[in-house]
Write a protein that binds this ligand. Structure first.
Ligand SMILES: Nc1ncnc2c1ncn2[C@@H]1O[C@H](COP(=O)(O)OP(=O)(O)O)[C@@H](O)[C@H]1O
Ligand SMILES: [Mg+2]
Length: 303
């Protein structure tokens, strides 16, 4: 498998993210020891509860190591189409690494990642290019271009990836910015925006190509609880309006309570349990219960 396949830089992803990943990939080696600490997995029932639909994205036995750091260790997960899923896990558990596998910015050492049933690692460059157009990604800080105003940031994917004229672009951009409540901020530069506004601008930009799948990497990070609640509302409203598979990655249980239809808990490179939110909140798995209630007492200790 060729690791640098993604290198055209033409997907609906930001050049900055490509640079970051490309540099980081060079540190990678493939000699990670296959250490299995079965104790770590005593709560991983691997139960994959039915969601009654098709999976938009699937991870099958995915292993990914960076040097000796085995981040994903037999990950099995399906993200349902038409629903808002959440991948929940503490910081550093590999949530962003998961997102990068979905869009072909990273490739698994073992196992497979499928998008709409097609293997991402098996895709040729042109297929990868097409596949990436299905995705809208909201990166952690909104990842706006500092030298462009909100309008131009939002218009960027349309100018880059379509041959639409400026009139049509304006219509789409204004509709999406209106949707996220930034209709009045089109001329602002990113450094004039609050953290919440930057995220909303990133959200509008993630939507302009009408993606089938929208990924949110910790949309709640750096926001106060009220703004987090408002952003969660917005994600639900926009999903209601547009449909598709939304996948929100977070360590914040409150956000999960608010927006998730489907929840997967990631710990030690595997899913502890995944399923409809209502079922997971009633799971009798002690780890899941502790994690979702945020209690200090339970199998999940400090490490
Ligand atoms: N490109 C990379 N090269 C080397 N190590 C990486 C790379 N990307 C992530 N990691 C490591 O993988 C682990 C999980 O990272 P990440 O997915 O960013 O965690 P999370 O998003 O859950 O906070 C961390 O230990 C991180 O250092
Ligand atoms: Mg992350």
């Amino acid at each position: 498998m060729e690791e640098q396949k993604g290198e055209g830089g033409e997907g609906p992803l930001e050049p900055r993210d490509w640079e970051e990943t490309r540099g980081a990939e060079q540190q990678e080696t493939h000699d990670a020891p296959r250490e299995q600490h079965e104790h770590d997995y005593q709560w991983h029932t691997g139960v994959k509860r039915e969601h009654g639909g098709e999976d938009a994205v699937e991870f099958i036995d995915v292993v990914k190591a960076f040097g000796r750091n085995r981040v994903l260790n037999g990950l099995n997960l399906g993200l349902p189409d038409g629903q808002i899923s959440m991948i929940l896990g503490p910081s550093g558990t590999g949530k962003s690494v998961c997102i990068k596998h979905m869009v072909g910015l990273l490739y698994p050492d073992e196992g497979d990642v499928l998008v709409h049933g097609e293997s991402v690692p098996d895709m040729a460059d042109d297929e990868l290019f097409e596949m990436r157009k299905k995705f809208g990604v909201l990166f952690q800080d909104g990842a706006l271009f500092g030298s462009m105003n909100v309008f131009d940031n939002t218009a960027f994917p349309l100018r880059q990836h379509t041959d639409k004229g400026e009139d049509e672009i304006r219509e789409i951009v204004m509709r999406r910015l209106g949707e996220v409540g930034l209709g009045g901020a089109v001329d602002k530069m990113p450094n004039e925006l609050s953290g919440g506004m930057r995220k909303r601008a990133g959200f509008a930009r993630a939507l302009v190509l009408d993606p089938d799948i929208v990924l949110f990497d910790e949309p709640d990070s750096g926001l106060d609880p009220v703004r987090t609640a408002l952003l969660c509302e917005l994600i639900m409203e926009v999903h209601e309006e547009n449909g598709g598979a939304y996948c929100v990655i977070t360590h914040d249980i409150m956000s999960a309570r608010r927006v998730a239809d489907y929840i997967a808990i990631l710990w030690k490179g595997r899913i502890v349990e995944s399923g409809p939110a209502s079922e997971l909140f009633n799971s009798d798995n002690q780890f899941v219960r502790q994690f979702l209630s945020g209690e200090a007492q339970g199998p999940l200790g400090m490490e």
